[in-house]
Design a protein around this ligand. Sequence first.
Ligand SMILES: C[S@@+](CC[C@H](N)C(=O)[O-])C[C@H]1O[C@@H](n2cnc3c(N)ncnc32)[C@H](O)[C@@H]1O
Length: 225
Amino acid sequence: MISRGSGPHETAVACLVGLLPAVASARVLDVACGQGLATRAVLHAGAASVVGVDSSREMIDIAASRSEPTAPISYLVDDAQRLTTCADASFDGVTCQLALMDIPDLTATLSSVHRVLRPGGWFVFIIGHPCFLAPEATTEVGAGGRPARLVNSYLDERFWRSSNPHGVRRAGHYHRPLATYLNSLIHIGFRIEAVDEPRASALLAAEQPVYTEVPIFFGARVRRS
Ligand SMILES: C[S@@+](CC[C@H](N)C(=O)[O-])C[C@H]1O[C@@H](n2cnc3c(N)ncnc32)[C@H](O)[C@@H]1O
């Protein structure tokens, strides 16, 4: 879970907001909302209303406690792989920040997102960049003494857990090559509209300079055809 005010958080939220289309009057669903960082950012970007769902009751309670009581935001416990609380074609847009890597069934999740979007609706997601956050990737000294990421086993799709007790991937992730994400979206019926590999915010650059050399995240806006 990224925390309020962290370098990764700043970078992820800026990337997500930058990928949003015009959201005025949009009804938006934020999938796997955690403590609601992206949920609130989407509302502040101008959405008419936002629903945040997460499988963790604890996260939903924290998210609710951090939102203005009168804000047009509601939080519900739901599994992203099914979205049983959401009717078909009931949202103009869906967001998912830093969670697709935490969910075992990517096809079920993307199919649920597709189902709850109205035709022509958009989906904006941010994932840890699989090319540089691959299992056991490490930060090393690279060319010119600059930091670099050393990656192997990128092509192996698997669950893995960082041995770093302070690392963001200590809880475990489903590593998938970028092609798996893009092909899954295409097969389910999404059209890719925009992609981003954001530069580190000033805070992230100070915390982890390697992410001024390579992107920590990959983000995209896709549209339901
Ligand atoms: C790294 S956190 C990201 C939270 C939030 N989107 C953010 O950017 O701060 C991943 C979140 O995914 C949630 N999650 C994991 N599996 C889920 C599932 N199957 N359905 C819904 N939420 C899930 C976790 O409870 C957690 O809150």
